[in-house]
Design a protein around this ligand. Sequence first.
Ligand SMILES: Nc1nc2c(c(=O)[nH]1)N[C@H]1C(S)=C(S)[C@@H](COP(=O)(O)O)O[C@H]1N2
Ligand SMILES: [Mo]
Length: 542
Amino acid sequence: MDSNKVVPAWAGALAGVVAGAVALGVAYVVAAVLAPDSFPVVAVADAVVDLSPAPLKDWAIRTFGESDKTVLVGGVSVVLTAVAAVIGVLSRRSVRLGQAGLALFAVVGLLAVLTRPDAGALDGLSTVVGALAGSWALTLLLGRAVTPAGEARTDVLAGEGSPARPGPEEPAEAGRPAVMRAGAQLYAFDRRRLMVGVAGGLAVAGASGLAGQVLSGRRVGDTARAEIALPRPATPAAPLPRGADLRLDGLSPFVTPNKDFYRVDTAIVVPQVDPKDWTLRIHGLVDRPVELTFDDLLRRPLTEADITLTCVSNEVGGPYVGNARWLGVRMADVLRQAGLRADADMLLSTSADGFTCGTPVDVVMDGRDALFAFAMNGEALPVEHGFPVRQVVPGLYGYVSATKWVVDIKVTRFDTDKAYWTPRGWAEKGPIKTQSRIDLPKQGQTVQAGRTTVAGVAWAQHTGIEAVEVRIDGGAWQRARLAQVPGPDTWRQWALDWDAPAGEHTIEVRATDAAGRTQTGQQAPIAPDGATGWHSVSVRVV
Ligand SMILES: Nc1nc2c(c(=O)[nH]1)N[C@H]1C(S)=C(S)[C@@H](COP(=O)(O)O)O[C@H]1N2
Ligand SMILES: [Mo]
């Protein structure tokens, strides 16, 4: 039946959008039960992340920061809504056409879902069931959009009983809806019936969305996490020196609370890994492949260490750095058990969601506290920080070392394998560059004239910070006082008292590492291997 002329375009678009909402709501609840990242919107967003060129990704991280994922999912949703509206408008001509549009959509969703590295056999189900629900809703809604408007006058009918065939329409006039005919029947647009259908569709979409939300609220990671009793470490961390935290208002605390710890990853939906099912497989260039369960890991001699993690995407003065006390097993112990071959120079670690890091073997084996960590600041790893197990390697940026939800280590060579970020324009190896940051005063702050404190943090992981200097308005460098540190693997707080005169002032900072190397003032962008330059803030003193 051709409802093209009788159903206005806006009503078609509305039907399309509501049908789309039903499709997504149903897909969401099915995905919540089966596998949360099989939700097609998430899978498509994931595919966008993986396929988009590095500069675009960097721009997104810079522009949207930690809300980049929200923005992306929002963007995908806007596109989906627009396409659903178009499908609805087309469906007025033929419901088949609309169904074909939906099917095409489902194929795109399915492709995104099934090409995920961790895709399971059932993962396509949410997309398929969602598309069927959407198609059903669309047919129902368009059926409701028209209503019989009495018998057609027989004298204009070409032939009784002939298949439904569009006839000439009677144009809409004020107060009288357009009608059309199918066989002997005249049809008119029925706004009221459509709206009742729309309300019903929205109710279905809302209810299934809500159900999906409730179901995905209690995920296996969260429940399993609460049940873990942390064993005592064989090698505890040295007690924190008294003066490790200067406790200044506005200065980053020495230990970053888990809830404030920065998060950077490619996962749109946080992988939910049950420690009961978790294993870590170590294979490749080894004498004896090893497979560990979570219990195996907990039974080994444990090491606890304070380590500051840094992201290569951290701009000078940026927030993607945090310090925590980690508990885990030394990677070197496990690798020695496997027996590394002499030609191996890279550990290609893979996460439960298919992300990979390439970590230099020599760094992990040189005696530093490179860990398979399962606890952070005295609690089991938060799910978004890699529960049940992640890597932490002092001195290397996260993208080459800190694999969260780690499940597999292939011992290999840099000339054989490429990790996730390497073909995307980032350096193969990522040692952390020495940096320092001014936490207070803040950029643009108005400060009272007189004695005030300038303070911040500096880091040069696994070498340590030996000095921090500050200068005002390009003047002489002045030594800041340094807080104590437990070792070379954490950041170090610093502070300087400043007798601030009225006016506009610029404060700059630079650090020198324990090997005597002073941080360069030369500015470099974050790609390919980390930003350089001195952090500066401008303040107004009154
Ligand atoms: N599975 C997985 N692990 C990952 C990443 C990722 O995208 N996926 N990102 C890495 C990067 S770039 C950084 S900086 C750190 C950040 O760890 P955090 O989120 O716990 O702070 O995790 C690393 N581990
Ligand atoms: Mo990172």
